[in-house]
Every structure is written in C-alpha cells, then in structure tokens.
Design a protein around this ligand. Sequence first.
Ligand SMILES: Cc1cc2nc3c(=O)[nH]c(=O)nc-3n(C[C@H](O)[C@H](O)[C@H](O)COP(=O)(O)O)c2cc1C
Length: 206
Amino acid sequence: MSPETEKLAIATKILAFAGSARKDSFNKKLVKIAAQGAKAAGAEVTYLDFRDLPLPLYDQDLEAAEGLPENARKLKALMKGHQGFLIACPEYNSSITPLLKNAIDWASRPEPDEPPLACFKQKVAVLMSASPGALGGLRGLIHVRSILGNIGVLVLPDQKAISNASQAFDENGNLRERAQQEAILELGSKLATVTAKLNNGLVTTT
Ligand SMILES: Cc1cc2nc3c(=O)[nH]c(=O)nc-3n(C[C@H](O)[C@H](O)[C@H](O)COP(=O)(O)O)c2cc1C
C-alpha cells in the first residue's frame, strides 16, 4: 500500500446498514458484501443492525416531552462518527421501508446547540437493494435517494438492485452470480475511495 493510500485508509470510516431488521434479510446480506468491498479498499467499516437499536415510531409530542430516546442518541453518535454510509434498503410498496425512514427522522432531530442535520451534511452514501421481485427494489431507491439528497447527503450515482433475491444468495451470504457479487463489492470500494478523496484523509468527528 502506498503512503497516500495508507493515509486515506486510516481516515475513512463507513457505516453499513440495511433498511430491514429481518433475521434473514436479503438486504443485510447485500450490504455485508458491499462492506467487504469497502474494507478491501482500505476503509474502516462498522456494521449496524437496526434489530440492535430499536426506536419508537417518531412522535413530535414524545420528543417534546422526553427528548431523544437513548437509541436515537446512539444512532446519531454512530452516524456522526462515520463519513460514508453503505445502505441496502428493501422496497415496501414501491418506497422506503418505515424502519429506515423512522431512523432517518430521529437522526435528523438536532440536540440543543447542535447544527441542523449534523448526521447527514457532508456525508457520502451508496445505495443498493434486493427483492424477491423482478425489479429488485429499484423503485424504493428513488425515494431513499431523494430523501437523503434533500437532507445534505451526497448520494453517488452508482447503485445496484438485485432481483429474484430468494435464489440470488448462496449459503454463505454471497451472490451466486459472479458479476453481481463483483458489482456489489465494487459499490463498497467506490464509496470508500470517493469518501476518502472528499475528506482529504482527515477524520471528521462532528
Ligand atoms: C409491507 C411490504 C411491502 C412490500 N412491497 C414490495 C414492493 O413494493 N416491491 C418489492 O419488490 N417487494 C416488496 N415487498 C417484498 C420485500 O421485497 C421482501 O419482503 C424482502 O425480503 C424484504 O427485504 P429483506 O429480505 O431485506 O427483509 C414488500 C414486503 C412487505 C413486508
């Protein structure tokens, strides 16, 4: 590894998560493949399973009465501590899952003295999806991209939707089709590389 690559590798922190909490989620498998690609490109990757971070349905009265739930604070701290997001989101009725939208809504709420959208501004993301259906969840990604773009995330144009997901993965969670596996690894690698370049090798902690 060249000194320049080494410098970028140390600096780049990627948070990988799926918009599904389901135990056997195809999207969890997918984002873990992309995470391998990001790691191979030198990034430090943290995998977040939303099953481990349950959040109440966002309610402005609840927030006014009690402030942010502990898990919303944990989520925000995680997001602020990473420069890039690898996101695999299933499509529910042609759109984003309530799980992911709810997480975004909680993370978008500022604490006192915190700048607006601190979890999202200056962050870079790559999107992907998997579905048993023929479109692979592609229609949902349009909404995920729009939401994230509107709150300050630079969502890279590269994305991939895996159709027929029930047959697409092997017993180790890898994609059976080599071209698909490589495309998802490449998504992770692309996010790591672009995020590193945009951050000039500096770690962002706020
Ligand atoms: C409420 C609901 C709505 C869904 N709508 C769609 C849809 O619009 N398009 C699609 O391809 N699959 C749809 N599905 C099927 C999901 O793609 C499938 O459950 C998938 O396995 C979810 O992703 P996961 O495996 O990561 O949990 C829907 C599933 C649920 C539960």
